[in-house]
Design a protein around this ligand. Sequence first.
Ligand SMILES: Nc1ncnc2c1ncn2[C@@H]1O[C@H](COP(=O)(O)OP(=O)(O)O)[C@@H](O)[C@H]1O
Ligand SMILES: [Mg+2]
Length: 401
Amino acid sequence: MKKRVAVVFGSRSVEHEVSIITAVQAMNTLDSERFEVIPVYVAKSGVWYTGDALKTMDSFRNLANVSKIAHHVIIQPFDGRSTLAVQERRSRFLRAQPALIPLDIDIALLCTHGTNGEDGTLQGMFELLGIPYTGAGVTGSALGMDKILQKQMYVSRGIPVVPYVWFTRKAWTDAPDKCIDDIERQLVYPVFVKPANLGSSVGITRAADRASLRTALDVASHFDRKLLVEQAIVEHREVNCAVMGNETPVASACEEVFSTHTFLDYDAKYKVGYKATPGTDGTHRKAEARKVPADLGDDLTQRIQQLACQAFTALDCRGVARVDFLIGASGDVYVNEINTIPGALAFYLWEAIGIQYRDLLTRLLDLACEAFEDRRSNIVSYDISDLLTGGLQGKSGTKHI
Ligand SMILES: Nc1ncnc2c1ncn2[C@@H]1O[C@H](COP(=O)(O)OP(=O)(O)O)[C@@H](O)[C@H]1O
Ligand SMILES: [Mg+2]
């Protein structure tokens, strides 16, 4: 029996379009002997769709057309268990309610990037649905999206991060001069100002003096209620390394990313071809701006691979993630951020060490099932009588999923 895999993508995120590329390419690559693909597309409006038409890139040339070629997906309780169901199109002649047909999903392959998809919210929904899903769980995803909480976890594990200061939007609007004084006491210009959450460099600005810092904080404060200011690493190199596994993660090859921009802002990433643009046949057209493997030498490569695994573990991640590093001119290494659902699932970093994309996807789905079974073995509810009669030792609790 083939496993029915819901490939979930889109979502209300600034990385919506990138997610479509990740998903279409994954749908075309999945092992068709073992898996049956069910596309589940979350439109920018938040409406969910399915249908075979959503397996090809052409269907997304005009996003407004999707509602005409696809079926609504809704969450519906069936036999006491919530599940995803597809709603038949309403007939023009019948006034009856359209039928709901369960999608019977065995597992979800999450290809969503950014807010509402990579931040723990979607993961939480699949937890409630009782459907295994790929990648980090609720906690790991949420930590991975919050640049401040993430740094605090790294610091607690001795993982190097650039010096930083953070405060809330309220602190900024109530006392801007005090915030700027605090920053200037702890950091030197230039600095990077970032909203704690988001991604794709939206709301991120480099500031070289007090006036531009003020503007940068005003900009960032439109995007999030927590603001992060980081020491800029000048003349840095950017190196990324992917990690795969659950309890015992392993590292991929490292890549170096080059850019002619001051920093990789949204335009550099997505409009001038920075992002790896994989062919729909699963092949990878190398973007000029990245080199795999990076020229780092054995020692630095190993250090980065080790730190990537430590960062992955520090956030309690699962499946596949990509850890991004900044390397200073004197070879000082800092973890910049983790992407718990990396663009193209970082398959090109695994291909570089001999793991084909198809096998990576199979492994990712297997890891999701292993994690699900592991969670299912937890006892989550007890009868009060068990507790009173020492049932905790007897393991006579009721298991719920
Ligand atoms: N502290 C820093 N020093 C130097 N460059 C930085 C620093 N922080 C970010 N950058 C640059 O800005 C880009 C975007 O920042 P990042 O934190 O990765 O945000 P995003 O979540 O949008 O990818 C990085 O890829 C890098 O080019
Ligand atoms: Mg980044």
